[in-house]
Design a protein around this ligand. Structure first.
Ligand SMILES: [Mn+2]
Length: 424
């Protein structure tokens, strides 16, 4: 389903007066408001194809109904999100859960919804039906060369699908590791993984990027072969210029200083992409900004500062994606909340007085530095984000309109109450 344009206009007209009052209030304190709004308008966050269905745990899964049953419906769902918030203009596909059987048709459908194809994601953490060799003891790290080759071939196949769709990056997340001490020779596991990644790297087209994502633990609980940013950076440094480290917010040990990791990766020109989510304990995949919004703000502070220091384009030079999954929320409502949280935090980071902060740092004025950061963090920037959306043709309050238009009820009517999104 789609939301008619006039419904969005009606909704905006109804809220316009109230919105303008709030916007005028904050605009009075901002020097270059049109420059700031332009940055917000350009910033797009990719939606992964696996986030559109209800997630689950190994204990159970409780579908909310109306879930997309195929790739076409997933594209329609993201198109719907994008028409509401104008900040979700890209889709990230997972192979083999979302193989584009007819690339021309899929590409045309995405274009119709103004969506681009973001990074392609491979999967060697599961055995697929009919698969010859098992990934039980790893894929690219495996002691058996034939298993490693199978994993390499799969990644090359994913690149081929990506080329057909116009994607320009491949994200490799490996669950490889070990569950018990002694199970693995760490050095050999690293070497095997590096050689496998090198084979995939050779198949990358010139303008493509390869993102090597790390994760501290799970599904392996003793060691992970790409376990932290240092290990990922080792691989990507050895691989070459087209290889970058990807930071997933949920893939760190508790209390890790992610903002510092981000700053150093950016400094080295090795930060490639970002997976947004939030967590209380581990890889909880919760809604962005739902648990630790200040941490997210500190990360965005480093992102903006680091990208500006290198003259990078905020919208295009890094890959921005949500990587989350939801057990109790409507997945589309949750994605609207996540994108909103990202836009709010980005806007706050843009408000930080960089010159004053730098002066405070040079003068060892710790109190002033904190005041400057928190001044931005405590500013209610929601009218700015809403204004950017309004100027792009989106809705002032996407979630409100989603509910008043009864989108989920309509999707259930259209698709049924027992649909299960592919891959989940
Ligand atoms: Mn991820």
């Amino acid at each position: 389903m789609q939301i008619d344009k006039y419904k969005i206009e009606e909704h905006n007209t109804f809220l316009q007066k109230d919105h303008q009052r709030k916007l005028d209030f904050i605009a009075a304190d901002i020097k270059d408001i049109s420059g700031l709004l332009q940055k917000l308008i350009e910033f797009q966050v990719a939606i992964p194809s696996w986030a559109l269905g209800t997630g689950g745990t190994r204990f159970g899964r409780f579908s909310g109904g109306g879930e997309p049953g195929n790739l076409e419906e997933k594209i329609e769902d993201i198109g719907l999100l994008h028409s509401l918030n104008k900040s979700s203009g890209a889709i990230s596909l997972h192979i083999p859960w979302d193989i584009p059987e007819n690339a021309t048709h899929i590409k045309a459908l995405a274009a119709q919804h103004q969506l681009k194809f973001d990074a392609m994601n491979s999967n060697t953490f599961q055995n697929q039906p009919g698969q010859k060799l098992s990934y039980k003891f790893g894929s690219m790290q495996h002691v058996d060369k034939a298993v490693r080759k199978q994993a390499v071939d799969h990644n090359i196949e994913v690149i081929k699908y990506g080329i057909e769709l116009g994607s320009e990056s491949l994200t490799v997340w490996l669950s490889d590791g070990s569950c018990f001490p002694g199970q693995l020779n760490f050095r050999k596991a690293f070497q095997n993984t590096l050689e496998s990644l090198q084979e995939v790297y050779k198949a990358l087209p010139d303008q493509w990027k390869m993102f090597v994502e790390y994760k501290a633990f799970e599904p392996n609980f003793y060691s992970t072969t790409v376990g932290d940013w240092g290990q990922s950076l080792l691989y990507t440094s050895k691989l070459g210029k087209k290889a970058y480290t990807l930071v997933d917010l949920g893939h760190h040990l508790p209390n890790a200083n992610i903002e510092q990791i981000v700053a150093l990766l950016l400094m080295e020109g090795k930060l490639g992409g970002f997976h947004f989510n939030d967590s209380k304990y581990g890889d909880d995949d919760l809604t962005v900004g739902s648990i630790k919004p200040y941490q997210l703000f500190l990360i965005f502070n480093e992102l903006v500062e680091g990208m500006d220091a290198k003259g990078m384009n905020h919208a295009n030079d890094l890959g921005w994606m949500i990587d989350a999954s939801h057990n109790v929320k409507d997945p589309l409502e949750d994605l609207l909340q996540s994108v909103e949280a990202i836009m709010i935090t980005y806007a706050q980071a843009l408000l930080i007085d960089r010159r004053k902060l730098s002066d405070a740092q040079m003068n060892n004025d710790t109190v002033a530095a904190q005041e400057i950061l928190q001044q931005a963090f405590r500013t209610d920037v929601r009218p700015l984000v809403a204004e950017a959306r309004l100027r792009s043709g989106g809705a002032l309050e996407p979630l409100t309109l989603f509910r008043t238009e009864k989108v989920r009820e309509k999707l259930i009517k259209e698709r049924g109450s027992k649909t299960v999104a592919t891959g989940l």
